[in-house]
Write a protein that binds this ligand. Structure first.
Ligand code: COA
Length: 138
């Protein structure tokens, strides 16, 4: 699993208990899942369809740095299923786990449409491939 994004827990992110507000963390995760999906499926029209059980394992406090990890569980026809883990950047203590986040690829009509993807792709490989296709490229 790649941990792409770090977040710094600030005063405005806390609940009345003085720990990270769960809603804030879910907002960060939903955005992370959306960005990951847009890059993978090469389409900006995607939506979150389903989020499975959310396990809040430990509560970060103000000043903590957390990092969010996403991996692909499954490529469907119009969907992609992701798994998410959040951990403390410094101590590596687990903060949260979500086994399934289902994102759906939409067409211009707003309806689910096949994305045609079957494996994780990397932007650097796509760019290298494009470069290789240019006339005259070695
Ligand atoms: C996403 C939406 C277009 C899907 O519509 P739908 O009628 O369920 O579409 P489908 O039945 O064709 O399902 C689309 C895909 O989602 C999957 N799916 C649907 N319901 C699911 C569920 N409860 N759990 C897991 N996957 C589900 C289907 O298996 C299908 O995947 P596949 O094509 O890879 O096999 C529609 O439900 C919607 O607009 N929901 C609101 C989304 C939203 O507003 N999200 C929050 C803001 S981003």
């Amino acid at each position: 699993m790649n941990f792409h994004t770090r977040k710094w827990v600030k005063p405005e992110d806390l609940n009345p208990n003085g720990t990270l507000f769960g809603g804030r963390l879910l907002e960060w995760i939903d955005e992370e899942a959306a960005l990951y999906t847009i890059v993978q499926l090469e389409n900006r029209r995607i939506v979150t369809k389903f989020i499975s059980e959310i396990n809040f394992i430990a509560a970060p406090v103000q000043g903590d740095i957390i990092e969010m990890g996403i991996e692909v569980v499954r490529f469907g026809k119009s969907s992609i299923t992701l798994r998410c883990e959040v951990r403390n950047k410094i101590s590596r203590e687990q903060v949260l786990e979500i086994e399934q986040i289902v994102m759906v690829n939409l067409g211009a009509d707003g309806k689910p449409t096949p994305h045609g993807k079957t494996r994780v792709e990397y932007v650097r490989d796509r760019l290298a491939e494009k470069e290789g296709q240019k006339p005259g490229a070695a």
